[in-house]
Design a protein around this ligand. Structure first.
Ligand code: OFO
Length: 169
């Protein structure tokens, strides 16, 4: 049984993940306008990954006999983006999500909800990967410093991203 506080926090996190999905889908659309199909692929993969995160929280609340209450999702705010600014925003967003997960984990500990605390472990590790992935692309983009050849190579690399099998869970 989930406490009211934990249930509310898990529901808020479902919305955060849905908001993340929308944010990355919009990034894919912006990348298309920039003529970067590899970026489109990367952001669309991220979009589906975020939906799977929302799904994990959704399933967990139901599994604990809790109630899911969805809220409205904020519109993604993107303007005049460059390849670098897109990934800087992605990293800032993932930093924000990491904070949300850490607060949730702190709450689970305060409420002595061991099951939720263990459930959140997966997300703690996932956030390390997500921050590292965004930072890795930022580093490469800074290295090529706007060179069209460099950007072309990075775009090709991002085109190779495939869905992870673990995301289906
Ligand atoms: Fe990007 O990890 Fe979920 O939100």
């Amino acid at each position: 049984m989930l406490s009211e506080k934990i249930q509310a926090a898990l529901n808020a996190q479902i919305n955060e993940e849905m908001e993340s999905a929308l944010f990355y889908l919009q990034m894919a659309a912006v990348s298309d306008r920039l003529g970067l199909p590899g970026f489109v692929n990367w952001f669309k993969m991220q979009y589906t990954e975020e939906l799977s995160h929302a799904d994990r929280f959704f399933n967990y609340v139901l599994e604990r006999n809790g109630e899911v209450t969805l809220q409205a999702i904020e519109k993604p705010e993107l303007q005049d983006e460059t390849p670098l600014s897109l990934f800087e925003k992605a990293l800032a967003h993932e930093n924000h999500i990491s904070k949300c997960i850490f607060s949730l984990k702190d709450l689970a500990k305060t409420e002595s909800d061991h099951a939720t605390d263990v459930f959140l472990e997966w997300f703690v590790n996932e956030q390390v990967e997500e921050e590292a992935a965004a930072q890795g692309v930022i580093d490469q983009l800074r290295l090529v410093d706007g060179s069209p050849n460099g950007l072309f190579m990075i775009d090709r690399e991002l085109a190779a991203r495939k869905p992870e099998s673990s995301e289906a869970a």
